[in-house]
Design a binder for this molecule. Sequence first.
Ligand code: GTB
Length: 216
Amino acid sequence: MTITITAFERSPDRGRGLARDMRVRWALEEAGQHYEVRLVSFEALKHPAHLALQPFGQIPTYEEGDLTLFESGAIVLHIAERFGGLLPGDANGRARAIAWMFAALNTVEPPIFDHSLARILERDEPWYEHRLQSLEKSIRKRLDNLSRHLGDADWLDGAFSAGDLLMVSVLLRLKSANILNEYPSLAAYVARGEARPAYQRAFAAQLAVFHAASGG
Ligand code: GTB
């Protein structure tokens, strides 16, 4: 069965792997699944054909036979359940891994995403510095707790899971802001995620899109 996902035709991150198709690509690589990618322009995101797949006019989407999904977290969960390998076999471990998926997207990602958006879109606002400091305070609060939980473990709860895949994906966005360096154990955790062969393959695939779009 062919799996098709959508990604930006021209990602504003210039191939840094920060758009949310990256976590879906990574999950598919971890699961050993071949996938096709349909590249979508910003304009086409708002066309009825794409809105039928993603009601908010965003990437990524996921098509597999008669199943169409949106929301990167839901897609990663589906991949984990459908193909195995990204969730523990025991029911309690599985529930905890799913809790970490929610924690990544619901507790850790919001201030990190708002921070990166502010750095791009709000630089000229008179309240920019104040907003940045307030978001950084929220981020550090989350990272303090996360690094305490992680301790010197490799992954959040036993073996690498979809919870780690999403958490690393979320934390990666902090690299350019230099906040991650304040937390050596989290920086090492992210580096462990990035070192996984499945991550490397996914990263190379999205980078190839950037190179193709810029003609080189
Ligand atoms: N909750 C949804 C999910 O997880 O799937 C959110 C999806 C989403 O935000 N998609 C963004 C999108 O399609 C791309 S990933 N935006 C277009 C629009 O809303 O019109 C967010 C993103 C965009 C750009 C960068 N970047 O340049 O670094 C990083 C991440």
